[in-house]
Design a protein around this ligand. Sequence first.
Ligand code: GCU
Length: 318
Amino acid sequence: MFSTFLLTGCGRGGKQEVIVSLNQQEVHPEYTGMTAFKNYIESRLGESFEIKIYPNGTLGANEKVLEQIKQGTVHFLVVSAANLEPIDRVYALFSIPYVFTNEAVYEKFITDPEFVKKLIANSTNTSFTPLVAFTSGTRNFYARTPIYSVADLVGKRFRVQASPVNVAMMQAFGATAVPMTFSEVYTTLQRGIIDGAENNELALTLNKHGEVAPYYAYNMHQMCPDMFIGSNKFLDSLTPSQRQVFEEAAKEAQRVEFDAWHKQIEEAKAQAKAMGVKFIQVDIKEFRNKVLPLHEQFLGDNPAIRSLYEEAVVANGL
Ligand code: GCU
């Protein structure tokens, strides 16, 4: 319904409305980051642009909004690297389990300004450009029943983000991957259609998954960032100086998101405990050894990730 003026590029008072979509709630660190993005731009280019943030996936599941990014009817999107993998295989890097094993190393890696340049250099897509990466912490398995070792995954159905690498990973663990969009996870867990899922601790609290899958095992299989991407149709319509402001605003959003993340993730752990979630320390090596043989396989059939993969291995000190 808003597409008419989007296509003409004009909103109220001759300003162009810039549509930003994310699947997280208003209390999530990424929304705080997006607010910083909006303020940064409007305080400098407020006569030309009004930034409209649509949280909670109100514009649709990220997998679908990517189509609107391509059309240029949504201008910016916060989306997991895993959801970008089917469009651009360089993003598969982050679904490979245990590419990163230390959050400080991972955070330094994805905030290095050279990082997005390297992604772009190895990219094949022409519809969007990554501006910055947001942290989304560490992904761990959680389920309706306890997970003490890999044996507890075997034969179970686990929701994963819709990415081929995620499916192969679950197979290697002896489980069945059920690719599904984020917003459906709570109900399917509640109904027992799936046995478990994997995510960071904010999914337990903000998305209430901890109510229906209260066993959370620290196996630490992935550190998969959310990418803040811009539609090329929109970015190409900006003047060089406008584009520079949008890029600076994205960096500011990244700084704000990381700060909010570090604070909120600790609060989420305490809240989850209060909700009745049981945090389980597992033997990470046991999980890692199951999936390490996949690394060579994924590298072999995806040359786009090789140079970043090698840098990640060096950064990790493996
Ligand atoms: C995290 C991540 C989201 C992603 C979600 C998922 O919450 O931040 O971008 O969509 O996991 O598992 O789908």
